[in-house]
Ligand binder design. Structure first.
Ligand code: UD1
Ligand code: CA
Length: 456
């Protein structure tokens, strides 16, 4: 493995994306596309990859940090010029083979790179280009293959009408023997339609020096679609989504409609969990077994137990215990720890709060900065008044407390165990355990207050 140095080209502007984000940081199924390229490359090399940066290079650096080595290409004069900038780093790496990859092909897999590398070695090629046969090859470089030998690559913009009919395209993945690559790079010129130094011209140069060139045609063409436009991004997103969903289904997760279920790579889901359409599951999320996610759940960075039912709700940076139900239309905000057998019902917002086992917060309630015990019952419309405009304060509620409907708990405040709060109370002081608290005006009746002349 150590014999291989990976070079990823990521300096181009990506004009066709019409974006202010560096192209390789454009997201495919939640992750910047370069992440997937790096993952695939890690399947053939355990050396730090070299990434060639230019346009929006600082953004790429601040995203990838020290996961890779960087080489600057200050002017984007073409893919050949890009690799030439890495000449010193490549020499320093003292590697036998260099794998050069376009940074904009997120669907490539480690498996395909391994197979192509094996082919390259077996054929003892100086350069092997990975390609595919496309029914609509427009825009891609075409592989010129004569009697089974790769003799060159012609860019779409430089191709003759006859060459444009060639369906074998260059994927933008090249295995070079290091010496052949370095010798060829220094001989590149920019006599072409785009006045660029094309990496693809190295094929003819290497052949003219008696090197051997070959093409490795992949079976699964989806893997080598480039991502240059929003439409291609949407295509890559879909392929990636289906790939991840397929893997989860193979592990025993039911996904009712994989086409519109959006799960980030790395999200873990237990077997027999059922996921209805519209789910968006991101980040470091783990969902247990036998859960049901009804339509339109958005869950980011959460740990969800077993047998949990969630309906049309949003959960962020929180944990939910076993056998709990959430929603419909609940909002669990960061820092919440919801226990087991809890009911968080419709239009309930919980923020940075701990909710004990068996507690019911059935409807229209806000619980923020609170520590709630077990088997507490929240009536409809309870509000923890946690903010005075400057600071946040904590509400503590003991086990088995009963909070009547439409109660305001003005924090900082404590409600003891088994305490009972009458509906409509605004609680500002400590409520001792086993006590009854009522904090509202008595009802006043004014008889005959409506005069006969005022009646309709
Ligand atoms: C390139 C290939 C083409 C192939 C296609 C596959 C060349 C000349 N053409 O075309 O044969 O079919 O990819 O998708 O290589 N880059 C730099 N510096 C530059 C120019 C580009 O780093 O000066 C990077 C880009 O950021 C990108 C990659 O190289 O990641 C490919 O560049 P792009 O402009 O997308 O090349 P294509 O026209 O798609
Ligand atoms: Ca491209």
């Amino acid at each position: 493995m150590n014999k291989m140095q990976v070079v990823i080209m990521a300096a181009g502007e990506g004009k066709r994306m019409k974006s202010s984000t560096a192209k390789v940081l454009s997201k495919v199924n939640f992750k910047p596309m370069i992440d997937y390229v790096l993952q695939a490359a890690a399947g053939v090399s355990d050396k730090k990859p070299i990434v060639i940066i230019g346009h929006k290079g600082e953004d790429i650096q601040s995203y990838l940090q020290d996961r890779v080595l960087y080489v600057q290409q200050s002017k984007q004069l073409g893919t050949g010029h890009a690799v030439l900038q890495a000449e010193q780093e490549i020499t320093k790496a003292e590697c036998e083979t260099v794998l050069v990859l376009n940074g904009d092909m997120p669907l490539i897999t480690a498996d395909t790179l391994q197979k192509a590398y094996a082919f390259h070695k077996e054929k003892q090629n100086s350069v092997t280009v990975v390609g595919a046969s496309f029914e609509q090859p427009d825009g891609y470089g075409r592989l010129i293959i004569e009697n089974g030998t790769l003799t060159g690559i012609v860019e779409h913009k430089d191709a003759t009408e006859d060459q444009k009919k060639i369906q074998e395209i260059n994927a933008g993945i090249y295995f070079f023997e290091t010496a052949s690559l370095l010798a060829a790079l220094s001989k590149l010129t920019n006599n072409n339609a785009q006045n660029e130094y094309y990496l693809t011209d190295t094929i003819e140069i290497i052949r003219s020096e008696n090197g051997k060139a070959g093409a490795y045609i992949v079976e699964d063409k989806k893997e080598i679609s480039g991502c240059n436009t929003r439409a291609e991004l949407a295509y890559a997103d879909k392929v990636m989504r289906l790939r991840i969903n397929r893997m989860l289904m193979d592990q025993g997760v039911t996904i009712i409609n994989p086409e519109n279920t959006y799960i980030e790579q790395g999200v873990q889901i237990g077997k027999d969990t059922i996921i209805y359409p519209g789910a968006v599951l991101e980040g470091n999320t783990k969902i247990g077994e036998n859960c049901i996610l009804y339509p339109n759940c958005a869950i980011n960075n959460c740990k969800i137990g077993h047998n949990v039912n969630i309906k049309s709700s949003t959960l962020i940076d929180s944990t939910v215990g076993n056998n709990t139900t959430v929603g419909p239309y609940a909002y669990i905000r960061p820092g919440s720890v919801i226990g087991a057998h809890v009911k968080v019902g419709d239009f309930v917002e919980v923020k940075k709060s701990k909710i004990g086992d068996g507690t019911k917060i059935s409807h229209l309630t806000y619980v923020g900065d609170s520590i709630v015990g077990q088997n507490v019952n929240f009536g409809c419309g309870t509000v923890t008044v946690n903010y005075d405009g400057k600071n946040k304060f904590t509400t503590e509620i003991g086990d088995n407390a009963f909070i009547g409907c439409n109660t305001n708990l003005v924090a900082p405040v404590k409600v003891g165990e088994n305490a009972f709060i009458a509906a409509g109370s605004t609680i500002t002081d400590w409520v001792p355990q086993d006590s009854f608290a009522i904090a509202r005006q008595r009802q006043t009746i004014k008889e005959n207050w409506i005069k006969p002349k005022d009646k309709k």
